[in-house]
Design a protein around this ligand. Structure first.
Ligand code: ATP
Ligand code: MG
Ligand code: MG
Ligand code: MG
Length: 468
């Protein structure tokens, strides 16, 4: 069996053989604030596509660390529910900066999947942007049967990084994961459920979208592709979900052992274990790249992720701090490919342990109040004032309250919560006018600002500094 590490290696080596420079992943912490986290392999090449920057190579390949938990690409709420979405994942890719275009991009993908990885053609589906007759003809020419090439509109087959930046029509490869050949149908491609999984997106970069929404042609048509390593591993290892691959399953096994419960896919415990496994990866990789849990922006997103994981641990009956053990396992498991995890192992352990300590007391105090709020829910809606109290007094993130409510078949009154929050803000503004600004510990401020500071421990911080 090809391991996840083998697959990454083989992918990069195939493109290196075809004239591509192997480029290291950029950090998940992006260089500017147009993105919360790196969300695709092309991010680090953005300016090369637009012509602002030139490199000594025109072909590149990488395995990029990505986090999709905010902004244009946000899969946080999918984690645990689908077989194929993570917050943190690796995106394998090949890139052409004004070098080759559609013909070679399609030929490379075809050869790698069918000849090198020997995937069965009868399980593959190919999609093209609705009016892209050229891509359609190219797939046919390399050997795809016409009835397996499908046309889709903007939502599926026009890719963009964010609200601005390089973009273009794309062509994708999807794989049928089912057991019954009668189920291998076009309607599952881009459909709901996990019958068919999208494995590789070939983007034909042709435009740059500016802030006012207009599209400007790029200096040269280029190629940007993205294939999820975990998805490719599920397909190549004959697994039904990404979580069953050797990249992730050992983490789930650790969590199951710690909880003393068995892992089954279709169960609330199964969901909790998958969420923790995913979030432990996102946590370890974020902290290694200098993102710490905090109260704003990407730091807050990380805090949400960590607190969700901790909450799921309690749900599984784990009453003592555990997340730092799981992130330690992630470090051991992934450091071969990403040595920065090992270098930052101490920092990761301390930040995770501290966050769990902080959140544990919050959770212990808030749990009873949470149950009360749920019991008081009228017509399945948790009152905005209750949500505000849980947020304000107990420091439970609102999205976590909404998430727990959803799992119990309830929803929260978001408008009511917002109103209570506005009132509180108005009150705070009033009292602010008279008072002096509260000093924030410098290390904590740096973490809030998302600067990759040298971590010096939390010794000089008080619990109050870190509280939501
Ligand atoms: P999906 O439709 O399944 O959400 P996508 O169309 O949003 O995927 P792209 O933006 O095209 O994904 O990204 C390129 C590739 O990255 C995908 O084909 C897939 O293999 C992988 N990928 C995307 N999102 C995730 C994720 N959340 N977890 C794991 N792999 C992902
Ligand atoms: Mg998506
Ligand atoms: Mg898609
Ligand atoms: Mg896609």
């Amino acid at each position: 069996m090809l391991t996840g590490h083998d697959i990454r290696h083989h992918f990069l080596e195939y493109f290196a053989r075809h004239g591509h420079r192997i480029v290291k992943s950029s950090p998940v912490l992006p260089p500017d604030d147009t993105l919360l986290f790196a969300n695709a392999g092309m991010n680090q090449f953005k300016d090369v596509f637009t012509g602002l920057e030139t490199r000594e190579y025109t072909r590149a390949t990488s395995s990029q660390k990505c986090i999709r938990a905010g902004g244009k690409h946000n899969d946080l709420d999918e984690v645990g529910k689908t077989a194929r979405h993570h917050t943190f994942f690796e995106m394998l890719g090949n890139f052409s900066f004004g070098d080759y275009f559609k013909e070679e991009a399609i030929a490379f993908a075809w050869e790698l999947l069918l000849r090198e990885f020997e995937l069965p053609l009868e399980r593959l589906w190919f999609t093209v942007y609705e009016d892209d007759d050229e891509a359609f003809a190219l797939w046919k020419r390399v050997g795809a049967p016409e009835d397996r090439i499908l046309r889709f509109g903007k939502k599926e087959n026009f890719w963009q990084m964010g609200d601005t930046g390089p973009c273009g029509p794309c062509s994708e490869i999807h794989y049928f994961l089912g057991d019954d050949p009668a189920d291998n149908l076009p309607q599952h491609v881009n459909g709901p459920g996990d019958t068919t999984v999208e494995i590789w997106n070939l983007v034909f970069m042709q435009f740059e979208r500016s802030a006012d929404g207009t599209l400007k042609p790029l200096p040269k048509p280029s190629v940007d592709t993205g294939a999820g390593l975990e998805r490719l591993a599920s397909v190549l290892q004959g697994k039904k979900t990404n979580y069953d691959t050797d990249l992730i399953f050992p983490i789930i096994a650790q969590i199951a052992a710690r909880a003393g419960r068995e892992y089954t896919y279709d169960s609330p415990d199964g969901i909790s274990m998958r969420v923790i496994a995913d979030h432990a990866r996102a946590t370890a990789f974020s902290i290694a790249d200098g993102i710490y849990p905090g109260n704003t922006g990407r730091n807050y997103v990380l805090r949400k992720i960590m607190r969700r994981a901790i909450w799921h641990g309690r749900r599984l009956g784990i009453e003592t701090p555990f997340l730092h053990d799981i992130t330690a396992f992630v470090i051991d498991h992934m450091a071969v490919a990403f040595p920065e995890l090992q270098t930052q192992a101490d920092v990761i352990a301390r930040v995770v342990a501290t966050e769990e300590k902080l959140f544990s007391s919050t959770l212990a105090a808030g749990r009873k109040r949470l149950d009360e709020a749920f019991q008081h829910a009228a017509d399945g809606v948790v009152a905005g004032a209750d949500v505000f109290d849980l947020y304000q007094t107990y420091g439970l993130p609102v999205d976590l309250i909404a998430y727990i409510a959803e799992q119990r078949g309830l929803r929260v009154d978001e408008a009511g919560f917002e109103a209570a929050l506005d009132e509180e803000r108005a009150r705070a503004r009033e009292s602010w006018k008279g008072g002096a600004a509260k000093a924030v510990a410098p290390a904590y401020q740096a973490a809030l600002d998302g600067k990759p500071t040298v971590f010096r421990g939390y010794d000089h911080l008080t619990l109050a500094d870190l509280r939501v």
